[in-house]
Design a binder for this molecule. Structure first.
Ligand SMILES: O=C(O)CCC(=O)C(=O)O
Length: 248
């Protein structure tokens, strides 16, 4: 069975990203969002590894243990979603493993919503030498530039990793941009991304992308799951502690 068309496959490798509309049922996106809100800190800070109960407990010690168990189970099932794993394996023609989950809430009215992300490449964190690290992003509500949405530089994934300024991803202070900052070569053009709740975007790990601050009254929760092919090297990370979870 094939999960992507030839057009989707060539578009991904040409531009470095692929949007699939209506990938998740909107009711399911709402359920995930409600679960993630119920374990959020009062400031709605970014949280990592929601699929791992021990990491979730550490970041959300006051939440209900049954809810935490449901959050971990739900996020793990999003990571292992057979259709998504099939899409990624069609794109890369390799068996995929997942190594990280992260929620960026950008909850309206909270100081953490103000956080923009510099132009960065996700693979600057994992540093897979073959450029095989990738991210799958699920907007849990509609997402556009005015509520802290994303932008990309199509085609910028073809030259490996650029030099970057080290900036924390998940633990950066509000008001300061997050993401390992790079100077974008002039030849690339910035493209803003509009996504609807339930859509999904797949980013090549070397694609330069970033996001805007959310100064609107609409929250912009974005769940990101990272993958790479089985057997590929990566750096676990200072804060991240990425670990291999087989998808089959
Ligand atoms: O959620 C955001 O605003 C940006 C997230 C991002 O760029 C990333 O996780 O690499």
């Amino acid at each position: 069975m094939r999960f992507v068309s030839d057009e989707e496959r060539s578009s991904y490798w040409e531009h470095g990203y692929l949007v699939i509309e209506k990938f998740l049922d909107t009711d399911y996106a709402v359920k995930i969002y409600q679960l993630l809100r119920s374990v959020a800190s009062k400031d709605f800070n970014i949280m990592l590894h929601l699929d791992r109960s021990e990491d979730l407990l550490q970041q959300s010690p006051h939440s209900d243990s049954e809810i935490r168990a449901e959050v971990s189970k739900t996020i793990r099932s999003v990571q292992l979603n057979k259709r998504m794993v099939g899409i990624l394996e069609d794109l890369y023609e390799r068996e995929m493993v997942t190594v990280q989950s992260i929620i960026v809430y950008k909850e309206a009215g909270k100081p953490s919503a103000d956080q923009h992300w510099h132009p960065h490449q996700d693979n600057s964190y994992a540093q897979n030498p073959n450029g095989m690290y990738l991210a799958v992003g699920y907007p849990l509500l509609d997402c556009s530039p005015d509520n802290g949405g994303l932008y990309v530089y199509p085609g910028s994934h073809k030259e490996g990793l650029y030099l970057w300024d080290d900036v924390e991803g998940a633990k950066q202070k509000y008001g300061e941009g997050a993401g390992n900052k790079i100077v974008v070569p002039e030849k690339y053009e910035k493209v803003d991304i509009e996504l609807k709740q339930g859509d999904v975007i797949i980013f090549h790990g070397d694609l330069i992308h970033g996001s805007y601050p959310n100064h609107s009254d609409r929250s912009r929760p974005f769940l990101v799951i990272n993958y790479l092919p089985y057997g590929e090297d990566f750096i676990p990370g200072r804060t991240s502690n990425r670990k291999v979870i087989r998808c089959h």
